[in-house]
Design a protein around this ligand. Structure first.
Ligand code: ADP
Length: 445
């Protein structure tokens, strides 16, 4: 979260990232808006559909009840018997039978076979046209523009002759009012939801781009650091060549000195380029290409032997402590593992004052092989301990400067350990010494 707060303003200052973030946010908001609109549209339609269904069923039931009650009283086609007339809703006594009609928004029309109105009941809509009963379901409008839903059924006499038709309708005012409210809430809710979606899209786009921006910044930093590191030996070689060219004459010994200096700078450049290539190869191919059984007893033994000369020259005691009685194997790239352990031992020697010691210990736990390189050197401040694994990072001490290292050693060691499924941990006390602990997955033979 803290990283997000720090990175987002910086990201907005970068034109490319700000533009991409805006584009991403617009896409997010567009897609979300479309989904929301579709959901709103679907919701609106299902609400309206459900209400129509209920309304139709209600109309059907009420019509059916009245139809059945009237039909048994009808004797002659087109003639309404007084007993049938009594059933029509004007009669208060029929309230219990046809209660729904008395709610005030139903009307009933009885039509003879020539489709002329014989009787009406319920509430009478003003200016509502009498339509043909041949169409069962109809939606009509009166003079004021109020809508009605109407059902038409055929009536028969007691002896099953066609009597005429019954039309029953219902005002749609309550449904129309309700639908209007739903429509309004959706129409008002959608822009509000879109404002929220827009805001959250902008925020989410920022969050999504952060890792990309972080690695972009790392690459930028890496390029700048690499260029800086390459420039130093190049500038030194150039200066050596220029000063040699200024001399009127070059003695053989002077020429050899100059060539030696240039050779040294070249070596530094070659080593630096090799390190950079190794790191970029490991970035592209995180797991080692070569996978062989590597015996860690041999690797630590060989390295202690090889680096003994350097340790003696630096007046450091280099010791090997094997805590295991058998061979410990890991699967991976032997060259890379040599490089990993050698970087740690060389650092131990370089960052330990004369008279100190460096101890390499090989141990193993249930599933891990553990290599520890412990020195009695200058130690590392707690705040620096995480950063020393960053590429080109060097602690600004006299000793760091004098070693002439490029700050890639621990980054390479960390990348190798990771590529082998392991890790490196550092424990250090300033002025007392450091201990680098490598854990690698063990291969049980
Ligand atoms: P360098 O090439 O500068 O040694 P590294 O990546 O190997 O680069 O180390 C990064 C920094 O970590 C060094 O500049 C040094 O300050 C610190 N460092 C590494 N190993 C040790 C150690 N054993 N004791 C104290 N400081 C160390």
């Amino acid at each position: 979260m803290v990283l997000a707060i720090v990175l987002i303003p910086a990201m907005n200052q970068n034109k490319l990232f700000a533009k991409t973030r805006l584009k991403l946010a617009i896409w997010y908001a567009g897609v979300m808006g479309l989904i929301l609109s579709l959901c709103g549209f679907g919701l609106y339609h299902s609400i309206v559909h459900a209400h129509w269904q209920t309304l139709d069923r209600e109309l059907e039931t009420v019509t059916g009840t009245l139809h059945d009650s009237i039909e048994i009283k009808l004797k002659q086609p087109g003639r309404l018997e007084p007993t049938a007339q009594e059933l029509l809703p004007e009669k208060q006594s029929q309230r219990h039978v046809l209660g729904a009609i008395y709610q005030g928004n139903y009307y009933v029309r009885l039509l003879n076979l020539s489709e002329q109105v014989v009787a009406t009941a319920g509430f009478e809509p003003v200016g509502l046209p009498v339509t043909s009963p041949q169409t069962i379901w109809q939606t009509l409008e009166d003079a004021q523009g109020n809508r009605y839903h109407q059902i038409s059924v055929t009536l028969h006499t007691q002896d099953n002759q066609d009597w005429g038709y019954m039309q029953m309708g219902r005002s749609l005012k309550d449904l129309d009012d309700y639908v209007q409210i739903v429509k309004l809430s959706l129409l008002l809710g959608l822009p509000m939801a879109m404002i929220l979606v827009g805001g959250s899209s902008w925020w989410l786009a920022g969050l999504a781009m952060q890792p990309i921006y972080k690695s972009y910044r790392q690459i930028e930093q890496f390029t700048a650091d690499a260029a800086h590191e390459l420039r130093t030996p190049l500038a030194a070689s150039q200066a050596t060549v220029e000063s040699a060219l200024l001399l009127p004459q070059l003695e053989a010994e002077e020429a050899r000195d100059i060539l030696t200096t240039i050779g040294r700078q070249n070596q530094r450049l070659t080593a630096l380029v090799a390190d950079l290539l190794l790191l970029s190869r490991m970035d592209r191919q995180p797991s080692p290409l070569r996978r062989q059984m590597c015996c860690l007893n041999d690797i630590v033994g060989d390295l202690v032997e090889e680096l003994m000369v350097l340790a003696i020259a630096s007046q450091i005691t280099l010791k090997l402590h094997l805590k295991v009685s058998t061979q410990v194997y890991v699967v991976g790239d032997e060259d890379q593992l040599y490089r990993l352990v050698s970087n740690l031992i060389v650092n131990g020697i370089q960052y330990t004052p004369p008279g100190g010691s460096v101890t390499v210990t090989l141990d193993s736990s249930d599933s891990y092989a553990v290599i520890e390189v412990e020195d009695t050197g200058i130690g590392i401040l707690l705040s620096e301990q995480k950063r020393i694994f960053d590429r080109f990072y060097r602690i600004n001490t006299d000793r760091s400067r004098s070693t002439g290292g490029s700050g890639l050693g621990l980054a390479i060691a960390g990348a190798i350990a990771q590529a082998h499924g392991g890790s490196i941990q550092v424990r250090s006390v300033l002025g007392k010494g450091s201990s680098f602990i490598v854990r690698l997955p063990k291969f049980d033979v």
